[in-house]
Design a protein around this ligand. Structure first.
Ligand code: ASP
Length: 340
């Protein structure tokens, strides 16, 4: 065993679930017991591990910003004593959590790897074993000072990931950014693209319960729906648009509503419905009209990164102007500016 130490925060998810009459459900104590008896922990390359099972382990569909805060506080409380951190999590909202943690853990200088599995540990063909063992190795032996997500032989920047397959092992992709690490018979780290290590100590940015909404456009979308959403008093709107950030420019009521919302201080971010590529509102009239009413570009951010970043910024004391400027700037490597 090396002298390294890895802290495992076990929040729930399929990885530790057991079959029941209600379908797969988390069962407290079961998985923690399984990990501590893992034969691979005796290998010389393995660090010492410490598993912390949360009091209420959950299916990740139940995750909330309060849980993100609990995970962040937990990492902070154990930060000095461990070389790396693993967050065991359900896959359904894993990309949201990985994105949120990337904005919440300010000045992170140690690896924080979020992982889980598609098949529970208890089942014969589980993918949990590899995801966990490789995450433990990466968290202990590599200097990757950021929040990442490990799944099926790839370590990705957390805030670049999306769940793209409901059941396949290759469940996550990072459509607009290369993998940080490729794992095969050798482990290849893409050193040039890692975030640089900060000099300041770790601190936490809390995400409160912000009034943020994601709205997906579709042909036949009625501006009355937008009106109803805006009436509810939201602070931020992620508008999921077509292609390079386009929306129906002949729908004047729709544009008028966006203009009014912007004038009232609602931050409206344009995010593409496409899996790959990003927003460039200068390309088409249908994009420029959005820009003209104050919609800002989400560039190539994932919807998960856009939503959690906007939520984090709206939970801060920043002015509207600063929030808009930060939304369009890369804070944790979540965005590449395509143009303008
Ligand atoms: N429903 C599960 C969860 O997100 C799915 C999984 O873990 O793969 O907790």
């Amino acid at each position: 065993m090396t002298s390294k130490r890895v802290y495992i925060a076990y929040t729930g998810g399929t990885i530790g679930m057991k079959p029941s009459s209600k379908g797969f459900v988390p069962e407290s104590g079961y998985f923690t017991e399984q990990i501590s008896r893992l034969p691979e922990l005796a290998y010389p390359d393995m660090p010492e591990i410490h598993i912390h099972e949360y009091e209420n382990i959950i299916d990740s569909s139940n995750i909330t910003p309060n849980d993100w805060y609990q995970i962040s506080e937990d990492i902070k409380a154990h930060y000095q004593d461990f070389d790396g951190f693993i967050v065991l999590h359900g896959t359904d909202t894993m990309a949201y959590t990985a994105s949120a943690l990337s904005f919440m853990l300010e000045d992170l200088s140690k690896p924080v790897i979020v992982t889980g599995s598609q098949i529970p540990w208890s089942q014969m063909r589980t993918d949990a074993r590899d995801n966990l063992i490789t995450s433990i190795l990466l968290a202990s032996q590599y200097d990757i000072p950021e929040v990442s997500l490990y799944f099926h032989n790839r370590l990705y920047r957390g805030n670049r990931t999306r769940k793209v397959d409901a059941s396949g092992f290759h469940a996550f992709q990072s459509p607009n950014f290369p993998a940080l690490v490729k794992v095969g018979s050798s482990i290849q780290v893409n050193q040039n693209i890692l975030l640089t290590e900060p000099r300041k100590p770790l601190s936490i940015n809390r995400i409160s319960e912000p009034k943020v909404v994601v709205l997906t456009l579709f042909p036949g979308f009625s501006s009355d729906m937008l009106k109803a959403v805006l009436k509810s008093g939201i602070q931020g709107l992620v508008l999921m648009t077509y292609g390079m950030g386009n929306a129906p420019c002949n729908n004047l009521a729709f544009l008028q509503l966006l203009q009014e919302a912007n004038d009232q201080g609602v931050i409206i971010v344009n995010c593409t419905q496409c899996l790959k590529g990003g927003v460039d509102m200068s390309s088409y009239e249908t994009g420029q009209k959005l820009q003209n009413v104050g919609v800002i570009s989400g560039y190539d951010m994932t919807p998960e990164a856009t939503l959690t970043k906007l939520s984090y910024l709206l939970s801060s004391d920043y002015s509207l102007q600063t929030i808009k400027q930060k939304m369009q700037t890369s804070l944790k490597g979540e965005l590449t500016r395509i143009s303008n």
